[in-house]
Design a protein around this ligand. Structure first.
Ligand code: FES
Ligand code: FES
Length: 162
């Protein structure tokens, strides 16, 4: 079967249609930015976008994903004004704020944050906390994550100013 991942079509084995996206990404395609942690849809470490919606890759069977647009952290950067890939504002803000500690949860955190900002480009601090509350960080970097998401929203606002 074919899967549209980061704007490219990938032919993947559908021998086992119950196979979940996480293992196709990591084991078959080498896209290891998407992380495995709980494996039960709880922690958010494996979050990707499916048609723009933050989705747990560890519980998403590939049989449900044909024809959908999948985006992983590897596909989060976007072309800048010079056409070269430029880090997404969320990636830049997480770096500026130095949000990661061990870093394991961070791609999932950034994908959730990017999906939030696509839906709501200027969230309140409370909306950020609510949106990010389903992504767990064992290192407890929550205050820095909140700061980074709000910083990304400010950057986005600056970039879209006329
Ligand atoms: S690894 Fe998927 S939600 Fe935890
Ligand atoms: S930075 Fe270590 S789990 Fe979040």
């Amino acid at each position: 079967m074919k899967l549209d991942i980061n704007g490219k079509e990938h032919e993947v084995s559908d021998e086992n249609p119950h196979r979940v996206l996480l293992w196709v990404l990591r084991d078959e395609l080498g896209l290891v930015g998407t992380r495995f942690s709980c494996g039960a849809g709880i922690c958010g470490a494996c979050t990707v976008h499916v048609d723009g919606v933050a989705t747990r890759a560890c519980i998403s069977p590939i049989s449900l994903l044909a024809g959908k647009r999948i985006r992983t952290v590897e596909g989060l950067s976007r072309p800048g004004p010079d056409g070269k890939p430029r880090l997404h504002p969320v990636q830049r803000a997480f770096l500026q704020v130095q949000a990661p500690q061990c870093g394991w949860c961070m791609s999932g955190q950034m994908m959730t944050a990017a999906a939030l900002l696509e839906k709501n480009p200027s969230p309140s601090p409370e909306q950020v906390v609510e949106a990010m509350s389903h992504n767990y960080c064992r290192c407890g970097t929550y205050p820095r994550i909140k700061k980074a998401v709000l910083a990304a929203a400010s950057q986005l606002a600056e970039e879209t100013e006329p």
